[in-house]
Design a protein around this ligand. Structure first.
Ligand SMILES: Cc1cc2nc3c(=O)[nH]c(=O)nc-3n(C[C@H](O)[C@H](O)[C@H](O)COP(=O)(O)OP(=O)(O)OC[C@H]3O[C@@H](n4cnc5c(N)ncnc54)[C@H](O)[C@@H]3O)c2cc1C
Ligand SMILES: *[C@@H]1O[C@H](CO)[C@@H](O)[C@H](O)[C@H]1NC(C)=O
Ligand SMILES: *[C@@H]1O[C@H](CO)[C@@H](O)[C@H](O)[C@H]1NC(C)=O
Ligand SMILES: *[C@@H]1O[C@H](CO)[C@@H](O)[C@H](O)[C@H]1NC(C)=O
Ligand SMILES: *[C@@H]1O[C@H](CO)[C@@H](O)[C@H](O)[C@H]1NC(C)=O
Ligand SMILES: *[C@@H]1O[C@H](CO)[C@@H](O)[C@H](O)[C@H]1NC(C)=O
Ligand SMILES: *[C@@H]1O[C@H](CO)[C@@H](O)[C@H](O)[C@H]1NC(C)=O
Ligand SMILES: *[C@@H]1O[C@H](CO)[C@@H](O)[C@H](O)[C@H]1NC(C)=O
Length: 492
């Protein structure tokens, strides 16, 4: 701590000195952070480890799905026990060291789970324990959903989690969580019964609705503002074979839009779900539709309109839940730069679908010659109007009067010179679609935006609405020294 105060003073004098170069300043910072890495290394138990850039474990720890969400940290730390997480948080807080917390590394905003300081990688929290008595599952915060689905398969139970391969349990659960099972059971936050949370002061605690109603509410959508979660306890639901998979079709946006509109208008069976995506890549409009039914055979006719679309490929069968998740090739763009943005719809109409298809084609053609490696993707997520009826009192969604059908707008590219242009386009496009929805009567101009999809400069009030002040006071109570302010993400 003393050393840090000295380095801090040196930094401020260097910053105003005419002779000090930016490189010198940043060298002081790196040395300063390295001393923190060493302090952590000495303080933690043998269950944990600190890695430096030459080490292969470091590379795994700082890796992210998107290149824009990845940075070179001074070191990475893999805590192995909640107590060690507490030790680490205390050192980071005392030394005021910037850090990042990574679960599955699928954050779509820069700096949300990456840092040039200390990268905390939760990978060693990897247990999956099914409690048949309470019908719950304890899940380590370092896992991806694929691993959880695989571990639960032998018990013929499942949890409400992500829809494509590779996504982390932690970020999805801490931000909301839209699943193929959401029409039946709600968002992932609606199924959490307990969080094992390491508070910013290092205390390990179990947070439930009865132990700490305020924190329990805040963690349902509030991400890393209240400490580091080491384990989630989720409700378990019966799970047998499912039916569905992926349809990919070239030049079929109109047919996909029509089938989607009819599905949304007609299908009220909570076991059914679809995820239609309008993509543009390599000069080609490629539609991709995930179709899902929670049972070995769907009711007659339910998906016929999708199955009739002339397809490039159709991978549809009766299969395990995990097999269906793995059928989605969504990680084809892994490793490129990328952002998400979103529009909150209350209804999916033929005119919105036409506009979504048009946005995909319009912006792809506008940007293609200027943006190397461009991939443009818009999805619509037609959940049932009752999707929010399965839960209550959460940081997100802040209001449950209307089902929020979040659109996922995803652009990917390969050069940093395109970053700000793409951010602008993604905001322009989202505003355009929002005003279109408003013009056809949807009251969505202030509909809360889904924080797991919203682009990085979205105002907090657009996501958390009137709950923001309550969240800020809970944050002030449990993190008076703003330790969690040293890490990235949506900050209360
Ligand atoms: C390909 C792809 C598919 C997706 N599919 C879906 C989907 O089907 N449904 C859906 O709802 N969303 C989906 N998302 C969005 C997804 O929910 C978010 O990107 C989510 O935040 C990813 O979680 P993660 O653990 O992988 O990310 P990370 O980047 O590791 O973390 C995201 C945020 O959570 C914080 N965090 C991570 N671990 C902890 C912890 N232990 N304690 C405290 N804070 C922590 C991080 O600091 C960061 O701010 C998808 C995203 C991608 C890229
Ligand atoms: C990585 O770090 C660990 C722990 O310090 C060490 O045991 C291992 O030898 C290192 N591996 C490499 C390739 O440097
Ligand atoms: C589905 O809904 C549409 C309206 O979008 C309607 O015209 C059509 O007849 C319905 N189809 C079926 C099979 O119910
Ligand atoms: C994509 O996901 C599959 C299945 O999980 C995995 O085997 C593959 O390595 C992933 N590819 C990338 C580029 O991440
Ligand atoms: C397509 O999108 C662009 C950009 O939002 C818009 O200017 C144009 O009017 C749209 N065209 C149609 C036919 O909707
Ligand atoms: C970026 O994408 C373009 C077009 O696909 C490709 O030619 C180029 O090699 C890519 N550059 C990098 C650095 O990947
Ligand atoms: C959250 O905000 C909504 C309005 O946006 C309000 O109706 C609700 O009471 C708030 N909930 C809590 C728990 O503060
Ligand atoms: C840590 O914070 C919690 C919640 O504010 C508090 O109850 C606890 O006493 C604190 N522990 C220490 C050691 O200060």
């Amino acid at each position: 701590m003393f050393a840090t105060a000295v380095f801090g003073a040196l930094l401020s004098s260097l910053a105003i000195s005419e002779t000090a170069s930016a490189a010198e300043v940043s060298n002081w910072r790196i040395r300063d952070t390295l001393s923190v890495c060493q302090e952590i290394s000495k303080a933690v138990s043998s269950a944990s480890a600190v890695y430096y850039p030459q080490n292969s474990s470091y590379a795994v720890d700082v890796e992210h799905y998107l290149a824009t969400s990845s940075q070179e940290a001074a070191c990475s730390v893999e805590p192995g026990t909640p107590e060690d997480v507490g030790v680490i948080l205390q050192i980071l807080g005392n030394t005021q060291t910037p850090f990042a917390v990574k679960g599955g590394g699928h954050a779509s905003n820069p700096g949300f789970s990456s840092t040039t300081g200390v990268q905390v990688a939760m990978a060693r929290f990897s247990g999956v324990t099914y409690n048949s008595g309470s019908q719950t599952v304890d899940i380590g915060a370092g896992l991806i959903w694929d691993d959880v689905y695989a571990a639960l398969e032998p018990y013929e139970v499942n949890v409400v989690g992500g829809r494509v391969t590779g996504v982390g349990v932690a970020g999805l659960t801490l931000g909301g969580g839209y699943s193929f099972l959401s029409n039946q059971y709600g968002l992932t936050v609606d199924t959490v019964t307990a969080y094992q949370l390491v508070l910013p002061n290092g205390t390990v605690s179990s947070i439930t609705a009865s132990s700490n109603p305020d924190l329990f509410f805040a963690l349902k959508g509030g991400f890393n503002n209240f400490g580091i979660v080491t384990q989630f306890t989720l409700k378990a639901y019966p799970q047998g074979q499912v039916w569905g998979g992926i349809i990919e079709a070239v030049d079929q946006f109109d047919a996909i839009a029509a089938a989607t509109a009819n599905f949304y208008a007609n299908v009220t069976d909570a076991k059914a779900a679809i995820l239609p995506t309008f993509n543009f890549a390599s000069n080609t409009p490629i539609g991709e539709v995930s179709i899902f039914y929670d049972g070995p055979t769907p009711p007659d006719g339910m998906f016929d309109e999708f199955l009739a679309i002339p397809a490039l490929s159709q991978d549809i069968s009766t299969r395990s839940f995990l097999s269906l998740i793995l059928s989605d090739p969504s990680n084809g763009t892994a490793g490129l730069r990328g952002y998400f943005n979103t529009v909150s719809l209350y209804e999916i109409t033929p005119s919105i679908l036409a506009a979504v298809a048009n946005e995909t084609l319009y912006w792809a053609s506008q940007l293609e010659s200027d943006v190397p490696g461009l991939f443009v993707s818009y999805d619509v997520e037609p959940f049932l109007p009752s999707v929010f009826s399965h839960g209550s009192d959460s940081a997100w969604p802040p209001i449950r009067a209307n089902a929020i059908l979040p659109m996922n707008i995803y652009y990917s590219w390969n050069s940093s010179s395109s970053d700000s242009l793409i951010n602008n386009v993604m905001q322009t496009s989202a505003s355009y679609l929002t005003s279109l929805a408003v013009s056809e009567g949807q009251a969505v101009s202030n509909a809360p935006l889904y924080p797991n999809y919203a682009i990085y400069d979205t105002p907090l009030s657009r996501m958390y609405d009137d709950n923001l002040s309550r969240l800020q006071s809970i944050k002030a109570q449990y993190d008076p020294d703003n330790v969690m302010g040293l890490t990235g993400g949506w900050k209360f």
